[in-house]
Design a protein around this ligand. Sequence first.
Ligand code: PMP
Length: 433
Amino acid sequence: MTTDDLLARHRAVLPSWMPLYYDEPIELVSGAGRRVTDAQGRTYLDFFGGVLTNMIGYDIPEIRDAVERQLRTGIVHSSTLYLIRQQVELAEKVARLSGIPDARVFFTNSGTEANEAALLMATNHRRSHQVLAVRNSYHGRSYAAMGVTGNRGWSASPLNPLQVAWLHSGERLRGLLSRLDADEQVDAAVEDLREVLATQTAGDVAALIAEPIQGVGGFVHPPDGLFAAWKKVLDETGILFIADEVQTGWGRTGEHLWGYQAHGVTPDLLTFAKGIGNGFALAGVVGRAEVLESVPAISFSTFGGNPVSTAAGNAVLDYLLDHDLQANAARTGAILADGLRAAVADLDCVADVRGKGLMLAVEFVRPGGSEPDPARTARAFEACRAGGLLVGKGGLYGNVLRMGPPLTLTEDEAREGLDILVDAIRTAAEVPA
Ligand code: PMP
């Protein structure tokens, strides 16, 4: 079967709203390190890792061995109703690393379910279904997770099971706060929070949910310290703070293990997913015991925390810590960010190069202004692929290139990818508006 046949069959049987990247979609058939190969034998350097999900790299012996060892026991999965040694071990590690005192951990299969569970816990604990969420956010594709997603393009239902009020957070090129400097943005966002609480909510609010860096939103992040300033206001009435670390967790920002740490605050609940399984379905919520324990009836996940996923999770976490991948993210991320900034400084179609560590974005605008330019972004995206580099696209207007390579990226690979990226951006920049 050719890739074209596969595409035709995909289109015939999968729903039309499931996106596929590229004018000619790619079928990946193998991977090693930071490289993947498609069915035509073309190899790409992977700067996206399937949306920041491949955190360690492809075909890493330590992870493959841990999974194979579990497969050979025959217990691929019986049920999480029985004791699973590696589930308990992973929960202990996650609880310890979370920075949340006396934490409990609940494993799920996806980031969506993790956020769904966190919202369930917070709303039960507070006996309220009012939630604060951030404009331009993404938290998943379930009913409640979509309800707190501040991006119409990703909100597949006009209905909302929660009563949600929307906050301004970090804004870069557009939005009411974008013209302010970092300190002013913090003050304005706190004022906005107080105003929203006073004007758009009635009685007790359950929680505020926020991403430290907005993933799908195009790697927009608030000034450091904003979450602590918000938390002071939340603490006045006991509103819980949920950090969605699905993209920012596990050292990706280079500065800390978690994105929330840049703010000098500790969340009540934290959700994690993507990288921890390095491709295996593994996610969860970690948080204060009294909040997790507030779920009023039995709750359970058939596959959440299963033996194979948690075997992978333990191996991933050990690899991450043993090799200090956070420091590597800072080092290789700086090569990329500095190189990119220098190489595109003269281009008036690039309005912003932003991000932290190995979570970096380039935003395209119509030359000279701030109007989004998704067409030019798409050209740069395709040109990266033609040059042998996979990157992501995103942002509210589809005008942002996103880079989130595995955290094992080498300095040589960072330079190699940077060259392709810069060529692609310059190629896209040459086309008249
Ligand atoms: N939260 C964030 C910040 C995400 O980026 C995503 C996935 N893009 C999710 C939640 C949902 O995770 P999943 O796709 O595993 O359900």
